[in-house]
Ligand binder design. Structure first.
Ligand SMILES: Cc1cc2nc3c(=O)[nH]c(=O)nc-3n(C[C@H](O)[C@H](O)[C@H](O)COP(=O)(O)O)c2cc1C
Length: 153
């Protein structure tokens, strides 16, 4: 099982509808490819975890990397893992905020990651925080219609 984590900067002017569209299409494709993961959005930045068979993860990342909806796409962590961290999510979604105590730690480390100043241990802490979003969610995140994406600017 392969896992890749990247961060990127959303292109200005892209809003809620684009994100909804990306997520619903991503979920369809990922289901076919047996890829799971989570997309986290914070103030116009993304962090995404992709997990699955190595070639599939790498091929999908190559497509995502060239996507015009975002830029400065940077791999944060890539490794083989024993098992999936998001087994039931073809692509989960979480809106993070500096003002939400639950995601404030994520936001602080995310800033360092975007600036390219994050160490490997810190990147691993960041991933550990993101993994807690999986268990903490009470929403059926794979259901795009019921997700909390209304708050996306
Ligand atoms: C932040 C972000 C995350 C994305 N995540 C996925 C994903 O998990 N799975 C997916 O198939 N496409 C995802 N996409 C869309 C892909 O970049 C791409 O548009 C889609 O796979 C279609 O690629 P194609 O036009 O080469 O077939 C994402 C796009 C963005 C901007």
């Amino acid at each position: 099982m392969h896992q890749l984590v990247y961060v990127s900067t959303a292109r200005a002017g892209r809003g809620e509808d684009d994100l909804k569209d990306i997520l619903s299409r991503a979920r369809e494709t990922n289901q076919e490819l047996c890829i799971t993961g989570i997309l986290v959005h914070l103030d116009g930045y993304f962090l995404q975890v992709l997990e699955g068979e190595q070639d599939r993860v790498r091929n999908l990342y190559a497509r995502i990397e060239n996507e015009p909806h975002h830029s400065s796409v940077k791999v944060l962590l890539e490794s083989d893992v024993a098992k999936r961290a998001f087994p039931d999510w073809s692509m989960g979604f979480r809106e993070a905020s500096r003002d939400d105590p639950f995601t404030a730690g994520f936001a602080a480390l995310m800033r360092r990651a975007l600036e390219g100043r994050i160490s490997r241990p810190e990147a691993q802490v960041l991933l550990t925080i993101v993994k807690t979003f999986y268990r903490a969610s009470d929403a059926p995140v794979d259901d795009v219609e019921r997700e909390p994406i209304q708050s996306v600017a």
